[in-house]
Design a binder for this molecule. Structure first.
Ligand code: HEM
Length: 467
């Protein structure tokens, strides 16, 4: 194979491709260039950023022998908030961070806690929060326009608060969002902006950095207080993750996690799990309401399996069509649109065609991957949950669908999110017939650290035969 130079959009002197990036929506810019340059191109940003947009190339960088997650600049900024929590710590030596044992310890302790048995324990708490949402929708009545992003964020945030550290944010009982949620949104927004600015530009935004640090302190004060309380007065019967994190001993090191690391992980779960889950649910409802035949299939599935009963854990694996709607939504609208890995050594891609270096950042562009016509066919733009049914998905080439990231560093909360989303969707379909508040609404997207629908509202009518 002959080596070919990787194309680059024309850079600006001194600033490289920084002026090409819109800090308020990096994924859109990344896709804009993918439309022009195709399967691979690079941008001169803080590092040389090589963007990949086909299954074939992305499959290659999913090989954990040759590529690994090295905490990129976007995540280094978020570390001011989440420290050595799982998302933002290094499991191997990288260019900036050295291997952190705390990642391994927390990973070993938490993988089982997020596994099937751990999730079983958390089901009642998930149902508790979903029931609060359904009740609120019911009481607001059929003329009330539900702000989907707002309410699903309340749902996801309250659910993680309760399941991870036994704390009730009670977002469904107040109109104002909890100060913690507001502080988190502000910190994430500012961290994202900082990551996409030059060092010089960041120096000019010093007052903003002051505000960011102040918010971070307030958030940690709350979490530290709860963690310390549990440590001094343990609650052996609590079913949340906090007990596992504080009191389990890691078999390899013989140690427990430090209080500081536990707090960092609690904050990490709140950050990593609330917007992603909320965005997926909003996107899914948008897709369902735009596709009445899919909506009716989903509702029929709930009628057949749940009927008038209270939803129970053993019903969830039978709700396969709802699960497929969620997976198809994650294909079309991945809330984390970009994930990056680094080559461990200088190497090449596509059998020697493209040369890449150790310091390069390989960006997996989910939009490109999830629309690769070689994998998903010519109808890749269409919402078709059937793609994920009857073993069709399993027959696709490896690494064709990556909304939850890759390998060892893939999402630890995937099962948690799936259980919560299927349960919540089933409860809504059982009780209500939702429709779009504005029948002419077409999807608009906004971006913070995740992407989510903008201005999407639903109305719900109680189904006649339900008690
Ligand atoms: C990692 C997506 C829900 C906790 C990730 C990554 C992705 C992702 C793409 C990899 C990021 C990277 O490589 O840099 C999602 C999506 C979700 C979701 C699409 C919902 C639909 C959750 C939930 C939690 C969670 C509910 C916690 C309760 C985490 C953590 C990591 C992670 C801790 C870091 C894992 C590690 O590196 O050890 N997630 N996530 N996520 N996610 Fe999720």
């Amino acid at each position: 194979v002959q080596e070919v130079p990787i194309p680059q959009p024309p850079p600006t002197m001194l600033l490289g491709n920084f002026p090409d990036m819109d800090p308020s929506f990096p994924a859109r810019e990344i896709q804009r260039f993918a439309d022009i340059y195709g399967e691979i191109y690079f941008l001169e940003l803080a590092s040389r950023t090589v963007v990949l947009s086909t299954q074939e190339l992305i499959n290659e960088v999913c090989d954990q022998e040759r590529f690994h997650k090295d905490i990129p600049r976007t995540l280094l900024e978020a570390r001011a908030l989440t420290g050595d929590g799982l998302f933002t710590s290094a499991h191997e030596d990288g260019l900036v961070l050295k291997r952190e044992e705390n990642w391994w310890k927390a990973h070993r302790l938490l993988v089982p806690a997020f596994g099937p048995l751990g999730l079983r324990k958390m089901f009642d708490d998930m149902l508790d929060i979903s029931a609060q949402m359904v009740l609120r929708w019911d009481r607001m009545g059929e003329h009330h326009a539900i702000d989907c992003s707002g309410d699903f964020t309340r749902l996801a945030f309250d659910t993680i608060g309760l399941c991870s550290f036994g704390y009730r944010f009670n977002e469904f009982y107040t109109d104002e969002v909890h100060p913690f949620a507001k502080q988190m949104a502000d910190v994430l927004k500012m961290s994202g902006q900082r990551a996409n600015r030059t060092v010089l530009e960041n120096m000019l935004h010093r007052w903003e950095e002051h505000e960011r640090q102040d918010n971070i302190k307030k958030m940690h004060d709350l979490v530290n207080q709860i963690v310390a309380e549990r440590k001094t007065s343990p609650k052996p019967d609590a079913k949340d993750l906090l007990n596992t994190m504080l009191f389990s001993v890691d078999r390899d090191s013989g140690e427990t996690l430090s209080e500081q690391n536990v707090a960092n992980n609690v904050v990490t779960f709140l950050v990593a799990g609330h917007e992603t889950t909320s965005a997926t649910l909003s996107f899914m409802w948008y897709n369902l309401l735009k596709h009445p035949e899919a909506f009716h299939k989903a509702q029929k599935e709930v009628d057949d399996i749940v009927g008038d009963q209270v939803l129970s854990l053993d019903m969830l694996p039978k709700l396969t069509y709802i699960d497929a709607c969620i997976k198809e939504t994650l294909r079309l609208n991945s809330p984390i649109p970009l994930v990056s890995v680094n080559p461990k050594e200088d190497t090449s891609l596509a059998g020697g065609k493209y040369r890449v270096k150790k310091g390069d950042v390989m960006t997996i562009n989910n939009k490109g991957l999830h629309h690769d016509p070689m994998v998903w066919g010519q109808d890749h733009n269409e919402f078709k949950p059937e793609r994920f049914l009857d073993g069709k998905f399993q027959a696709l080439p490896p690494n064709s669908w990556k909304p939850f990231g890759n390998g060892l560093r893939a999402c630890i909360g995937r099962g948690f999110a799936e259980q919560e989303m299927v349960a919540n969707t089933a409860m809504i379909l059982q009780r209500f017939s939702p429709e779009m508040a504005d029948l002419g609404y077409d999807l608009m997207i906004k971006s913070t650290l995740t992407i989510k629908p903008d201005g999407f509202f639903m109305k719900v009518r109680r189904r006649p035969h339900k008690s």
